[in-house]
Design a protein around this ligand. Structure first.
Ligand code: ZN
Length: 539
């Protein structure tokens, strides 16, 4: 038995964890051992991750950097011998390329501020220098108060707020009590309520920028939503005809509050902003990257794993979701190293548009899996809102072909298990596939649901789609979407563990005699409480 060759703790732990000396289903334990050896002792994940996030950098959907990254990924998939590596375009919206930016105080003294333009902001066309005015505006009803006061100003539209003092550790790993809390059956929300709220908030900057421009303001700035020098730059106005009317820059809270204090004290600072950015309104499509390891059984269907390839712009999009995207490529490489064909095809997907309401994975569903009848010509965010509540769901031929989907989008922490999404039958099989990796910390299967990423829509149409549980590290506390999102926040040991577990899960799912049970095709739900009367003020 070759197991003796695998020196070190991992092997010992794996041997100890593997009950009955055999992995579950058709994947042999020898194959799993080779996956472990390749993934832990011959990893190429960090080298590839550096090429992507250090070399190519942030990948806003439909930006030139995103396109550079897709060519890079196609090259990697082809290089590892995958079949049919290709791009799948769909209608998205404007492209936007950020070349350089700067924000600094000129008076009362020179200060370089921590800043980021809001995605899809117009360029400044050189440097705009002007005094600021603190004018917190969060809804249309507040416009009148500022009429006639904004001409020639840079408008600070956020409330300064109070500085936060956090005593919580920024970095952590899950403990058993955390899994217990996740292991709760989550009653489905009342899906009869349309998904309306989000849209208004994301579109308000458009109305505001038009009002400020009309009042003669020259630019607008907002405060970052966290302290400690963090900036983000999330913006959603990528629809042609709906572009911002004024340059829009986000400042770190500490820089923003300094301006606010000086302004309130009656000495409005003079600041200089420059944003060099270019729109692309010629090609309004965005791409998903798809590649396959073909299976031997033409009737076996396929299993798929995915991560989103797009990112925000404040740093390199390393942990969200660059490294997990590289883990797709690494898992493909590891499986290819076995030199054995799986029974079912294994498909890898690198989605675009996840940050803009899952446009890429939704497009894949509509192209391959199922159709939901939304009204025509909706704005992207209204489409997103309607799509999740549109019935009946019409299955496409590919619907029954997809036997399992695994998503990675919780940062770069090691895999600790998986959310079974209220699917008890699936929990058992997922548990069997993860068991050999329990000693690597990956054996937790919890009944709870998780959302906010690309598996959610596959779940919403009744497909067996799951998101892995990953150690939080400092992902949600400070790295998620921020100017800290660099490869420094991806511990190499976590990365190679996650690649190994992902490859093993895919290999077992692709070769298993059993398939993951799935709920019935969802139909239009009835009200969870038929006697509930909706509050008209909330509409
Ligand atoms: Zn993400």
């Amino acid at each position: 038995m070759h197991r003796k060759h695998l020196a070190g703790a991992a092997t010992a732990l794996l041997l100890a964890a593997m009950p009955f000396g055999r992995a579950h289903a058709d994947a042999t334990d020898a194959q799993l051992d080779r996956i472990v050896d390749e993934g832990l002792r011959h990893s190429q994940a960090m080298a590839n991750a550096s090429e992507l996030v250090d070399g190519i950098g942030p990948r806003l959907t439909n930006s030139e950097n995103f396109d550079r990254a897709t060519q890079w990924a196609l090259g990697k998939f082809k290089g590892y011998g995958l079949a049919d590596a290709h791009l799948e375009p769909y209608d998205f919206g404007l492209g936007w390329n950020l070349d350089s930016w700067d924000a600094r105080v000129i008076q009362p003294r020179a200060i370089v501020m921590r800043s980021i333009p809001v995605a899809w902001s117009p360029a400044t066309g050189g440097t705009i220098t002007a005094p600021v005015i603190l004018a917190p505006i969060s809804k249309k009803e507040q416009f009148d108060k500022w009429r006639g006061k904004l001409a020639g100003k840079i408008v600070m539209i956020s409330l300064p707020g109070e500085a936060s003092q956090t005593d919580k550790p920024q970095f952590r790993r899950y403990e058993d009590k955390d899994f217990a809390a996740m292991d709760q059956y989550k009653l489905p929300a009342d899906e009869t309520m349309p998904y309306a709220e989000g849209n208004k908030g994301d579109l308000f900057p458009l109305e505001l920028s038009r009002f400020l421009k009309q009042e003669g303001a020259v630019a607008m700035v907002r405060k970052a939503y966290r302290d400690n020098g963090l900036v983000y730059g999330e913006g959603y106005l990528y629809q042609p005809g709906n572009a911002l009317a004024l340059p829009f820059v986000e400042l770190a809270s500490e820089d923003y509050r300094r301006l606010a204090r000086l302004e309130v004290a009656g000495k409005p600072p003079v600041i200089a902003l420059s944003v060099a950015a270019r729109f692309n309104d010629r090609d309004l499509t965005a791409d998903n990257v798809i590649a396959d390891i073909p299976g031997s059984d033409p009737k076996g269907g396929y299993v798929m794993a995915g991560a989103h390839f797009d990112s925000w712009i404040a740093a390199d999009g390393a942990t969200d979701d660059g490294v997990p995207s590289v883990l797709m490529i690494e898992a493909a490489r590891i499986i290819q190293s076995l030199g054995v064909k799986p029974k079912r095809t294994i498909r890898f997907a690198l989605w675009s548009g996840e940050e803009e309401a899952f446009t890429g994975s939704t497009a894949y569903i509509e192209q391959h899996l199922a159709h939901r009848p939304t009204a025509p010509n909706l704005s992207p965010l209204d489409y997103f809102a309607q799509w999740t509540g549109a019935f009946p769901i019409e299955k496409k031929p590919g619907y029954d072909e997809l036997k399992a989907y695994f998503n990675l989008d919780n940062g770069a922490g090691k895999i600790r298990g998986i959310y079974a999404e209220n699917n008890g039958g699936a929990a058992e099989l997922l548990g069997k596939w993860l068991k050999p990796f329990a000693s690597m910390g990956a054996g937790n299967v919890v009944m709870g649901r998780t959302g906010g990423t690309d598996h959610e829509y596959m779940q919403s149409i009744g497909l067996p789609a799951f998101e892995f549980i990953q150690d939080p590290l400092d992902y949600s506390s400070r790295v998620h979407h921020s100017n800290l999102d660099t490869l420094d926040h991806a511990p190499p040991d976590d990365v190679r563990q996650a690649a190994t577990v992902l490859a093993a899960m895919l290999w077992q799912a692709a070769n298993s005699d059993e398939v993951l049970p799935r709920p019935p095709l969802p139909t239009a739900p009835s009200k969870s409480d038929p006697f509930k009367v909706e509050d008209p003020d909330k509409e």
